[in-house]
Design a protein around this ligand. Structure first.
Ligand code: COI
Length: 356
């Protein structure tokens, strides 16, 4: 994608940092933002005026296409600080590739790689004090693109904003979650946008998730839209099932997000001699495994929550409970992943990315 080098990245410094007003021990996910943000405009066929500036409101026309047609995509990634104060990213190239893949699906122009990394790294250095060391602490990174052309015709925008926000984070879900298996609503369909991190994918989950919450469940396990027979994702995460000692997860398709955490868990499991099957798994197989006690674990995997164990699932108004087990795959893989991310273990895959 075209990026005019004649339009170099500029930095507008903050006057006062907000950092002293933040209680880092009691962070609600995605609630607090750092001092800086990155903004870059797409106009006349190129990305121009990239700037890192103080976090603040945008001023855009109410006719902007993003408000009418939801032409928007985003990413979720994290930065970590080790005990020596060094900042690390985890597989950032994967997120960069995926935001452009999502953009392509939503007819949004791709963003240039050199500018993405330059902006991200410079902003991380400016906001470095917001990244706290220690397992469990991280800085959630939210790159996103919105369509800003002020015109309500239903066609792709010819103007966009690419932005990056940072939010200090701790755990996403507190404790194990109870989930409902979808029997009516769907997250995605063949040929749809399920494989993209399109903003509307997430909005479409809110109503069915509210219905689940009214019944005492926190999340939904999404099933295929045709028959509601195959298990696909859990809430905003990929989902893994452990039957006996085998890990099973749905294969990626245009209904399923190609998750970075998902792929990392599969690689770690294979490296450590755990059998992993990327295959279709049915609701019936899951219920049968629960009934004959071969179902050991269910957990979601995603950037925000890392790994989120499921304690109960419900289908056709029947609740199935998963007894707690010692040395769960969920806890083993979570600690392996966090140790790699926080630079407290070897990184045999070369996933850590140092921020200069
Ligand atoms: C992720 O965990 O990857 C997410 O995108 C979660 C986000 C919707 C809060």
């Amino acid at each position: 994608m075209i990026y005019q080098k004649s339009s170099p990245l500029t930095i507008e410094n903050i006057v006062n940092s907000k950092i002293n007003s933040v209680d880092f021990k009691n962070l609600k996910f995605g609630h607090v933002f750092t001092d800086y943000m990155f903004e870059c405009d797409y106009t006349d066929g190129s990305w121009v005026n990239p700037i890192i500036k103080p976090f603040g409101n945008l001023s855009i026309s109410p006719a902007s296409k993003v408000f009418h047609y939801g032409q928007a995509v985003f990413e979720g990634m994290k930065a970590y600080k080790d005990d020596q104060g060094k900042i690390w990213l985890f597989r950032p190239e994967e997120n960069f590739k995926r935001i452009n893949k999502s953009s392509k699906r939503l007819a949004i122009p791709e963003f240039p790689k050199d500018l993405f990394f330059e902006a991200l790294e410079k902003m991380l250095v400016l906001d470095k004090d917001w990244i706290k060391p220690g397992i469990g602490n991280s800085l959630y990174i939210r790159p996103f693109v919105i369509a800003t052309q002020a015109e309500v015709s239903a066609s792709p925008s010819n103007e966009y904003k690419f932005l990056i926000l940072f939010s200090p984070a701790q755990a996403y879900y507190a404790g194990d979650v109870k989930v409902v298996i979808a029997e009516h609503y769907s997250r995605s369909a063949d040929g749809g946008v399920g494989a993209a991190k399109a903003a509307g994918n997430y909005a479409a989950q809110f109503y069915p998730t509210n219905l689940a919450k009214e019944k005492g469940f926190q999340q939904i396990i999404w099933t295929d839209s045709k028959e509601h027979k195959y298990l696909e994702e859990a809430g905003t995460m990929n989902v893994f099932f452990r039957i006996n000692d085998t890990l099973i997860t749905a294969p990626v398709s245009d209904r399923i997000l190609d998750g970075v955490t998902r792929n990392s868990l599969i690689a770690l499991a294979k490296r450590d001699g755990i059998e992993v099957e990327e295959r279709k798994i049915t609701v019936e197989e899951l219920k049968e495994a629960s009934n004959n006690n071969t179902l050991k674990e269910i957990f979601g995997a995603g950037t925000a929550a890392v790994i989120s164990p499921v304690s109960d699932f419900s289908h056709k108004n029947q609740v199935y409970h998963l007894p707690k087990i010692k040395e769960s795959y969920a806890s083993i893989f979570k600690s392996k992943l966090l140790n790699i991310q926080h630079n407290t273990s070897e990184d045999s895959f070369g996933w850590r990315y140092p921020v200069q």
